[in-house]
Ligand binder design. Structure first.
Ligand code: 13P
Length: 252
């Protein structure tokens, strides 16, 4: 099974409107209409419209970093996946470790989000990953299995709109990257869990991205692992000087 590599930039709560627009133009120019890789950017909500306009003339996909699992209603401060779709968003990042561990989101809420994002006809990128304590306690696979249960919300026919990002919490923003072997072992385990939930064909087709201190210098080696189908990049996605070579590593 050959899976098209996906390189995604999670811009988190960074950049000004002007800088995110400029970065969008740079990413669009670098990626162009390449077909041997997919490129996704996740700007902060308030920059989505500007970024969308600046991605024109490319096939870079516009993503949002989060949403609320309701179509509309009295949810002050929240944003519906239908509003995101109306804005030109195609994919929503769900369950990022900062939402799980800083904001306190739990699996049940994330599962509801998976359900509504798919119902709104948007794609889902579901983040999973263990903390250092969980890894040291040999609980990595158990944590991945628990977090992947949100995929039970995926209905037949929706599987092709889902991707997973394995981001070990201890590797995010720390400069500590999982070794390619550690990443491969977690990705293979995740794929086998996905198979148990969605079947062999969906599991074989599903892109599983690695995230956590991905840089130009380690991207190619991580991407060479058989079950590593892309990268979800944080810090190194904020300049084209760093992000460009990661995009290139995916199509090398
Ligand atoms: P860093 O690449 O900065 O470690 O962030 C990874 C991440 O959280 C992407 O979602």
């Amino acid at each position: 099974m050959t899976r098209t590599p996906v390189i995604a930039g999670n811009w988190k709560m960074h950049l000004t409107r002007r800088k995110s627009s400029a970065l969008a133009r740079d990413v669009a120019a670098h990626h162009g209409h390449a077909e041997n890789r997919r490129c996704v950017v996740f700007p902060t909500f308030v920059h989505l419209d500007h970024v969308r306009r600046n991605l024109k003339n490319s096939n870079v996909v516009l993503g949002a970093q989060n949403c609320w699992p309701k179509k509309e209603g009295a949810f002050t401060g929240e944003i519906s996946p239908y509003m995101l779709r109306d804005m030109g968003v195609q994919v929503v990042l769900l369950g990022h470790s900062e939402r799980r561990h800083v904001i306190g989101e739990e699996d049940a809420l994330i599962a509801e989000k998976v359900k509504l994002v798919l119902r709104a006809k948007l794609d889902v990128m579901l983040c999973i990953g263990e903390t250092l304590e969980e890894r040291e306690g040999n609980r990595t696979f158990e944590v991945l299995a628990r977090q992947l249960k949100s995929l039970k919300m995926v209905k037949p026919g929706q599987e092709g709109r889902v991707s997973v990002a394995y981001e070990p919490v201890w590797a995010i923003g720390t400069g500590k990257t999982a070794t390619p072997e550690m990443a491969q072992s977690a990705h293979a385990e995740a794929r086998s869990q996905i198979e148990g939930i969605l079947g062999a064909e969906a599991a074989a087709r599903m892109p599983i991205l690695y995230g956590g201190s991905v840089k130009a210098g380690n991207a190619a080696e991580l991407l060479s692992q058989p079950d590593v189908d892309g990268a979800l990049v944080g810090g190194a996605a904020l300049t084209i000087e760093q992000f460009g070579p990661i995009l290139d590593a995916a199509s090398a």
